[in-house]
Write a protein that binds this ligand. Structure first.
Ligand code: APR
Length: 320
């Protein structure tokens, strides 16, 4: 049987890391697409030349031609610009919306059966626009944010409790921005919810609140340190986790930006929610009940995403 084909649209920091991880994990053959001449070809060749030492079987190639993504099983989209210090994800909207139009059309015309994972920011609005521009079914287009945000939350919690991060589960809902909602009630250490751990004296409410804020600011913290761009190792790892769930029909329960049709009170838009990812793409949005306080925070986040969608509609009339 032929290997799966993985098309990476955007061969920058995240795209290159995605290609490396996909090859290391032997998820399939990789096509790196970018408008920058030589960049995808150079990264593809460099990673391919690591194959003999690493011992993976995967072919890698770079291209500027959308025809080369034909028949892709998975497309991961990182094309666009990343933020610099002082910028919010929302500042990227105008320029990245235009990029989503060309990428959406390229996928529509060449890889209409692919499972599409968008990583380009501002994430929730970009994945919504990408689905519209591509015309692919909503269950086949989603956005990577929740896996990354919850991985950051898990990392901070594991450090605070001095336990393995394997045993820390965390849950982040809402848009991938300042209004994201890390859920305390649904985050646990080996099944013990965070509020119980506060009662048990494992941490204090103050420290937990600081971790919640650090999670919300997780992307900005890295931008501030790197100064020349934004995070890429953890975002790429998160995207690969979602791609693997699809390719191997793992039925993973992962938070991601998914199309909601009434779930969690959200209609006809993309926002971060718990989902099941398997061979049918987003197979289910897990329609959890929120407390009044959680619902208020979630609604606030949903409204922030709606504001960005309206801004997109103002820029591109075809989205209205
Ligand atoms: N088509 C294809 N590729 C494009 C296009 C386009 N229309 N426009 C830009 N690109 C390419 C750039 O040439 C660059 O190589 O997208 C790549 C983006 O790479 P980086 O600038 O290194 O950005 P990266 O860190 O990978 O982040 C990409 O993901 O997390 C988000 O906020 C981040 O929106 C950003 C995206």
């Amino acid at each position: 049987m032929a290997r799966p084909k993985i098309a990476l649209i955007g061969a920058g920091n995240i795209g290159g890391t995605l290609a490396h991880l996909a090859a290391l994990k032997e998820l399939g053959d990789v096509v790196l697409f970018d408008i920058a001449e030589g960049l995808p070809e150079g990264k593809a060749l460099d990673i391919a030349e690591s194959g003999p030492s690493e011992g993976f079987d995967a072919s890698l190639r770079g291209t500027q031609d959308y025809a080369d993504i034909a028949g892709a099983d998975v497309c991961i989209v990182t094309a666009g610009v990343a933020r610099k210090p002082g910028m919010s994800r929302d500042d990227l909207l105008g320029i990245n919306l235009k990029v989503m139009k060309s990428v959406g059309e390229g996928i529509r015309d060449n890889a209409p059966d692919a499972f599409v994972i968008c990583i380009t920011n501002p994430l929730d609005a970009m994945v919504w626009a990408l689905q519209k521009f591509s015309g692919l079914p909503t269950n086949k287009v989603c956005g990577m944010a929740g896996v990354l945000d919850s991985a950051r939350f898990r990392h901070f919690l594991a450090e605070e409790f001095d336990v393995s991060m394997k045993d820390v589960t965390a849950f982040v809902l809402g848009g991938h921005g300042d209004t994201m909602v890390p859920s305390v009630r649904y985050s646990t250490v080996a099944g013990i919810p965070l509020p119980d751990l506060v009662k048990m004296g494992w941490t204090t409410q103050e420290k937990l609140d600081a971790i919640l804020q650090r999670t919300r600011d997780g992307g900005a913290e890295i931008v501030g340190l790197l100064k020349t761009g934004s995070a890429f190792y953890a975002p790429a790892t998160s995207g690969i986790e979602m791609a693997e769930a699809y390719l191997k029909d793992q039925k993973r329960v992962l938070p991601c930006a998914a199309y909601c049709d009434g779930e969690l009170g959200v209609k006809d838009m993309y926002v971060g929610v718990p989902t099941v990812i398997g061979a049918n793409g987003i197979e289910r949005v897990v329609d959890i009940a929120l407390t009044k306080e959680e619902q208020e925070m979630f609604d606030n986040s949903v409204n922030a995403v709606k504001g960005l969608m309206d801004a997109c509609k103002g820029i591109d009339g075809s989205l209205a």
